[in-house]
Design a protein around this ligand. Structure first.
Ligand SMILES: [Zn+2]
Length: 174
């Protein structure tokens, strides 16, 4: 098989990606699992269509719901036998959220995560790193304050905008 043929996914795999683009995250129903970066790979293993999923946060209670939603959507599309494969390494990072996904979060009223700070070979810093300001998703003011480390889910922190006085959630970069 040539390199070109290997890169070209089968019609079944392409159809599966199209279906997966429509499966929304159960906790943030404006972003697809693909744009969230949870769907890592779709591959054929003999007759089985395998969907590789990396949950956003280990122990995220939505993981089972996500696997179920993926199976249900693909079964409805009659793409043959389906299996989901949980892949926990490498760990999911907010850097995997697509630009389209980050825009959807902002429109939904959740401040999207910025890039994950590079740790590199720097010595471990035990003092609190100064976080860049989180802009308000409604009025874009950077005059905001964090009012709680956790929002509706552990993945999000609760903020308040000091300009428009609206509370909002921030998807924390990890
Ligand atoms: Zn605001």
């Amino acid at each position: 098989m040539s390199v070109l043929q290997q890169r070209q996914p089968s019609a079944r795999v392409q159809a599966a990606w199209q279906v997966l683009e429509t499966v929304q995250d159960p906790e943030i129903p404006v972003i697809s699992l693909c744009d969230l970066g949870v769907v890592r790979e779709v591959r054929e293993n003999g007759a089985l269509l395998e969907v590789v999923l990396t949950p956003t946060y280990s122990g995220c209670p939505a993981t089972e719901v996500i696997a179920h939603d993926v199976k249900t959507a693909l079964q409805a599309a009659r793409l043959g036998p389906i299996a989901t494969v949980l892949q926990r390494a490498p760990a999911w990072t907010t850097d995997w959220i697509s630009a389209k996904g980050k825009a959807a979060l902002r429109d939904y009223g959740i401040a999207p995560p910025g890039p994950v700070p590079l740790e590199g070979a720097k010595p471990i810093c035990i003092t609190r790193r100064r976080q860049p300001p989180v802009p308000c998703p409604r009025c874009a003011s950077t005059h905001t304050e964090r009012i709680a480390p956790f929002g509706s889910t552990p993945c999000k922190a609760l903020y308040r905008c000091l300009a428009c006085h609206e509370p909002f959630e921030h998807f924390k970069p990890i």
